[in-house]
Design a protein around this ligand. Structure first.
Ligand SMILES: NC(=O)C1=CN([C@@H]2O[C@H](COP(=O)(O)OP(=O)(O)OC[C@H]3O[C@@H](n4cnc5c(N)ncnc54)[C@H](OP(=O)(O)O)[C@@H]3O)[C@@H](O)[C@H]2O)C=CC1
Ligand SMILES: O=C1O[C@H](COP(=O)(O)O)[C@@H](O)[C@H](O)[C@H]1O
Length: 487
């Protein structure tokens, strides 16, 4: 295991939901695994003043709530707590950085990470105030949480202002989907094997489906979500990044820019959906009251903090196309939504039918060959094939080759944030978005948003606990396809 050099992580938003639920548990787990150097420190900041003891109590309480009993070892917790400090900072007030400057004094030579787990409206203020207080050292890095902007103009404004303070190679734009183990396995599958590459193209692939279904609703973030919607919250970042990994050309190496160059080409090759074509190739939905797992759930418009006339989409389905030699004419269907029937994220590559069948009878429906890459809740790969059914007749039936990662590797599955935080500390940018990728993603998303804004209709209602509006199935149905739904 590569040794990390001593570091100081300054966690802005250190008392927020993301820090308590994801970031601080991720750091604790890596501490427990012995992967953090002795002198790695974490300085949490937030606007509300509190003592270090009160902060530690809050973190400990949240660990008790969230970590498995066997993970929260009290001796390890006490050792981990020695790394933690708390300093109140009002991000918008340059004078309030004095105490932080004191905590960092004499530590300029160490790796310094500013993790901005705060609303993006504070990003520029924080970076400017860090600079004004001489806290940005040559070994500093800044981690930016999503959403990076609300549209192309705001993404550019944030990026340019932060880019005036931190060089591009010190900016880590997080997309936690890239930290998911299966997404990296997809890179391994594509570029560590010769098997798939000859088939990975328009001649053999009928369509690709990328689907991220959630059972949760707005989960206490209604204020943010109602201004954002599913297209900005999930498609602009997570789904487009998955699409890039699936569709990109083989990079020359696993180095950051080699991979990011290829992802950028995919984003730039996406056929623009605007005006009528945006309306024809997308479906927007909004959930109504229903039931999930037998429990009644309210409709979106009844959620606390949601405008009663809201037209915000909680579901999106899109037929996208990539205009290049490899993928021309292959639909990439994207789908994501809240309050759907199951929590399930998967990528399905549907291969074409055999050009001529020599068999009289086939069992099963759908295409005979598909590769299903399961991201969550379980991680795995399943290759669907046709095989002969037992018996005297030559009858085919579907069969599958299964690779269950948990079973195969028998190691604890690391949370995406663990991997990404370690990459920040190691200075590895491969799994982070570059500025031009961010712009290219917004350039594709923006015309869709404009078309929706100009459309007279509202998002199509769907009942919570279903797979979204009927129009989502119709989007594929009109081309003789259907969403992959495995029993
Ligand atoms: N929560 C999640 O699951 C995810 C969140 N994100 C992104 O991460 C960021 C943080 O989200 P989340 O943790 O949910 O937000 P929360 O509202 O839970 O937390 C916000 C944090 O920011 C601090 N803060 C707010 N204003 C200031 C200020 N003026 N100066 C200093 N600190 C301030 C708050 O401290 P105080 O209360 O003392 O003001 C609090 O610690 C957002 O950009 C969000 O979009 C991204 C993906 C998932
Ligand atoms: O970024 C976000 O992601 C989560 C879904 O992440 P997952 O790892 O649980 O699949 C989503 O719920 C949230 O709205 C969005 O901001």
């Amino acid at each position: 295991m590569e040794q990390l050099s001593p570091f100081d992580i300054v966690l802005f938003g250190g008392t927020g939901d993301l820090s308590l639920r994801k970031l601080l548990p991720a750091l604790y787990r890596r501490h427990r695994a012995g992967q953090l150097p002795e002198d790695g420190r974490i300085i949490a900041t937030a606007r509300t003043p509190m003592s270090r003891e009160a902060f530690l109590d809050r973190v400990h309480d949240s660990y008790r709530e969230r970590l498995d009993a066997d993970e929260l070892n009290e001796t390890e917790w006490r050792r981990f707590a020695e790394r933690l400090a708390f300093v109140p900072v009002d991000a918008t007030d340059s004078h309030s950085y004095a105490q932080l400057a004191e905590a960092l004094a004499g530590r300029d030579g160490r790796c310094r990470v500013f993790y901005l787990a705060v609303a993006p409206g504070l990003f520029v203020d924080i970076c400017r105030n860090l600079q004004a207080n001489d806290l940005v050292t040559p070994r500093s890095r800044v981690v930016l949480e999503k959403p990076l902007g609300h549209d192309l103009a705001s993404a550019r404004a944030i990026s340019e202002q932060i880019g005036a303070i931190f060089p591009e190679e010190a900016i880590y734009r997080i997309d936690h989907y890239l930290g998911k183990e299966t997404v990296q396995n997809l890179i391994a599958l594509r570029f560590g094997n010769t098997l798939f590459e000859p088939l990975w193209r328009r001649e053999w692939v009928r369509d690709v489906q990328i689907s991220v279904a959630e059972q949760v609703g707005v989960a206490g973030r209604a204020g943010f979500y109602d201004r954002t919607g599913a297209l900005r919250d999930m498609v602009q970042n997570h789904l487009l990044q998955l699409l890039c990994i699936i569709a990109m050309e083989p990079p020359t190496s696993i180095e950051a820019d080699a991979v990011r160059d290829e992802k950028l080409k995919v984003l730039r090759a996406l056929t623009r959906l605007e005006g009528r074509s945006a309306l024809q190739n997308t479906v927007r939905g909004q959930y109504r009251a229903g039931a999930i797992g037998g429990q009644p759930v309210p409709g979106y418009l009844d959620e606390d903090g949601v405008d009663e006339d809201s037209r915000t989409e909680t579901f999106v389905a899109i037929k996208a196309e990539i205009a290049n030699w490899r993928w021309s004419g292959v639909p990439f269907y994207l789908r994501t939504g809240k309050r759907l029937q199951e929590r399930n994220a998967e990528i399905v590559v549907n291969f074409r039918e055999v050009p001529h069948s020599i068999f009289d009878v086939t069992y099963g429906t759908g295409l005979p060959n598909k590769l299903v890459i399961q991201l969550q809740p379980d991680e795995g790969l399943r290759l669907h094939l046709m095989a002969k059914a037992r018996g005297d007749q030559m009858r085919l039936r579907p069969a599958a080759l299964d690779l269950d990662f948990a079973e195969t590797f028998k190691q604890r599955q690391a949370d995406a944030y663990e991997r990404l935080l370690m990459d920040v500390l190691r200075g590895r940018l491969t799994l982070f978005m570059r500025r031009d990728e961010l712009y290219a993603a917004w350039e594709w998303i923006e015309p869709i948003l404009e078309a929706w804004n100009q459309a007279a209709d509202a998002p199509k209602p769907y009942t919570a606990g279903t797979w979204g509006p009927a129009a989502s199935s119709a989007l594929l149905g009109r081309e003789g396809a259907s969403w992959h739904e495995e029993a």
